[in-house]
Design a protein around this ligand. Sequence first.
Ligand code: GDP
Ligand code: MG
Length: 737
Amino acid sequence: MEVTIALAGNPNSGKTTLFNELTGARQHVGNYPGVTVEKKQGRYRRNGSNLIIVDLPGTYSLTAYSMEEIVARNFLVSEKPSAVINIIDASNLERNLYLTIQFLEMGVPVCLALNMIDVARHRGIDIDAGALSECLGIPAVPTVARNGKGKAELIQAVVQMVQSKNSSTTIRISYGEDIDRTLDKMEYIVRKNHFLTDQYLPRWVALKFIENDEQIIALGRQHNAQTATLLEKMVHQLAVHIDKTLDSFPEAIIADYRYGYIKSILKEGIVRHYGDRNRLFISDKIDKIVINRFAGPLIMLAVLFGLYHFTFTYSEAPVRWLEQSFGLLGDLAGTYLPQGLLKSLILAGILDGLGGVLGFIPLIMFMFFGISLLEDSGYLARVAFMLDRIFRVFGLHGSSVMPFIVSGGIAGGCAVPGVMATRTLKSPRERLATLLTVPFMNCGAKLPVFALLIAAFFIHYKATMMFSITLISWTGALMVAKLLRITVIKGAATPFVMELPPYRMPTFKGLAIHTWERTWQYIRKAGTIILGVSIILWALMTFPTLPASRIQAFESQRQTLRSAAETKVTAQLATNKQAASLSEAAMILSRQLLKVDNQEAEAMLKHSIAGRLGTAMETFSRWAGFDWRTNIALIGGFAAKEVIVSTLGTAYSLGEVDPEQIGSLAQTLANSAYWSPLSAFSLIIFVMFYSPCFVATVCIVRETGAIKWGAFAMIFNTVLAFTLAVAVFQVGRLIGF
Ligand code: GDP
Ligand code: MG
């Protein structure tokens, strides 16, 4: 006899390895009709059995979310293979059985291959295949596809299953009272109307309607529009009811119950952990509190607050030392370099620019150390797990949490890897929504801007400010995600279950490596992109230079002051005044001269390309409290956000506002007449939300495959940021800040 056997399983469960092991060289590779999914077929001929084996595409589920899932499902329905070998990664039983359950619900005859049993053993997991087989009512054979172990037994079990006629086992999972009630009614209607029942089980059809399965719904409408409409109406009522009572949607509830079913099976002594058991046990105990519905969020907020407190408190001294060293370097260069453009380039372009960025290395290092600690210990996975509930409300996904954290959700990430991390999201809509909102997180480049402004204006509320900034950026990102999901990226959410790895004690070496990797990334960026942009901006802020006549005017102003002072001193000498008033006169003169120097520097900056641009923008940037120097810095920020600090540094060192206040940039800003805590806060809000930096934008275009989304991110974010900043500034002024 000749029978067809399909190989199915999650990606990386060892399907291809087993396929090769079974069929050897007798393979045929083609495509499934009409799609680019590869179809591999081969033969197994031994001991009188003659099997055709088909390697189905790897899938996690049998919904209609991806091409692979649809192809696998259609094959099972249209080709009706005699049996399915469901290969599961035994070291990851819970997740892999999710697919198995769906085969059983579909009513296809399944034989389990408990593959990678060697890996499972290695991890201290012992699986009772007999008990599992009994629980599910299907054969289960342990295998090691890589060396062919268990292959013969597997084939034997499959052949036996095919030969015994009552081979298909169907399971009926309870999905809770609400869904069950509707499901039963729908099953009855489907059965009565012979609605798609020549190909599918009635209950399965009903279930797919509830799961919002686009393919089956379309098929149903074609087949019998009236029944389809009736079913869809019932599903709609159910969805409304579930939304009201459980604040969720049917697909999510169904996924929950499926996992619940698997958990209940696995509890029957099928899986035993040895060796590491204690660790898992302790992990579960800790999680009872840490991810508790009430205590969990409070603990999470406390941990974040602690992280910020730790970072700012301990990095204070090193940041000061570094700033002082850069100041010293600047003094040296100022003293020994000849007057001219080169001096200006080195002082204002390179030292002030890079110094502003590199000065924050200690802070960044402490922050990264803290985050590495959270990540390596396993706590970060808990944060993602807890935020999953919140994320669903906003039309995002549990898997969106990681991209957000990578982008700087806690502080100090980068949107570039964040955008790329969205690849793990299955649903294209949720992926797009995540990808467009991760740039709102506080990446490592915005951090120095915030740190600078906090140091200048909120020195007594450092941790509180950082904490609020984080909350604001998350709130903003989630609101925008929701807005996108109800307007331009409409569509249903994907059910999702998160895994919680056991807690582990981080090693110091591991922490040091992670901290260094991230810090080095920051330094390297400062040394390349930031340096380049700093120099370009310096040029924009220097050229065109003032016309000779105006320089001459300042020079003659100085000359006038000097000769006036001279005349005065001569007059005093003539009247035999005390020596003390001589030094006083010298001081007055030097102060007057400095004032002229500064007026000249300011005139030069205003005359430059960047200065003109910044001044032109001041007309409307004033609504948000930004002066023309800030505008210059913000333009630089389009290239890279680090540049904001370095440009402010350059802008304020080119034209020191008050000669009395030559000190750190934070001091300069704090003493500047243009600045107030309110305008600083408005700037924080603007920097948080405005256009992603150049590299991140390129990344968005690449990942979405559409220039329009890159343009959207730049324009939409900037408009949003400006609106928010203006609102903050104007409301703040109204209520008297
Ligand atoms: P597929 O995605 O399901 O086709 O998975 P592959 O057949 O490509 O296997 C994924 C990886 O798992 C490969 O590196 C295999 O060598 C490895 N692998 C497959 N089966 C086993 C097994 O039983 N034990 C071990 N240790 N590795 C396996
Ligand atoms: Mg494969």
